[in-house]
Design a binder for this molecule. Sequence first.
Ligand code: MLT
Ligand code: MN
Ligand code: ZN
Length: 303
Amino acid sequence: MLLKVLGTAAGGGVPQWNCACRECAGARTHPRRRRRHAALAVQVAEGRWYLVNATPDIGEQIEDCPELHPGPGHRRTPVAGVVLTDAELDHTLGIARLREAEQLEVIATAAVREALRGRRQLDSLLAPYTELSWRDLPTEGLAQPLAAGSAVHISAVPLSAKRPRYAATDPAGADAPGDWVTALRLTDRATGRTAVYAPALGTWPQALEEAVAEADCVIVDGTFWDDDEPRRANFSTRGATAMGHLPIDGPNGTARRLASLPARRLYTHLNNTNPLIDPAAPQHKTLARLGIEVAADGMEIVL
Ligand code: MLT
Ligand code: MN
Ligand code: ZN
């Protein structure tokens, strides 16, 4: 299985357009510190790829990844479709940017589909440009080939019913259940190798524990270093966990859970307030001691 890391930043990216904080300013001065919105590309066959999440940066992300370049035909693209882990804007705005596609397959849970097709009216918005075809993202036990005939199978590990802010209210009640946030499990049936991708991780349910224990590579939410970071940075009155992102460090943190896993482990979806944005930050050494990596834009992961 071949994965390309297209981006590793949380919503806003690094630098964020309206932010002059130390990390964003640092990324303007040192372009190698820049991070685009978190996304992956997964190869399903020679010259055929699916995106995992479609970010506002998707155009540039495709340009920076030669495997995703069009050709040899005039309008032939290796990008076959998009798999969504959630309905957040930073993971879905890019679908509209792909409107030049002849047609585009979008794979998502029922809750995510309803948000995009109902509330966001994506079908009628894009109908004059392209045709979206929707497919259900199957949950555990019902894994299916990502593309017909492909050895790469997908399934979702439900994480939480936390809705995006634009969908916070609902006639059925904001607490109405639904698979709003999932981890994506990718298994190559030819090699038996498995990756788990969870860029939004506000809970750590037993099903996730089981999925990561069996995985060869785990790429998870590294939005915030510690729970207090959003409050310290003064952009929220809530802590990281309450915002839907378990922090890396601390008693509730994901680092201690990842530390004992046999898999290759990486953090992605870094917010611009996260000290890890600075390559000289001591927090990098803390992770290195646990054998955990910070994913980088452009990284290739071969499983
Ligand atoms: C999140 O990860 O919590 C959301 O992407 C936030 C946002 O898009 O503003
Ligand atoms: Mn996000
Ligand atoms: Zn900033």
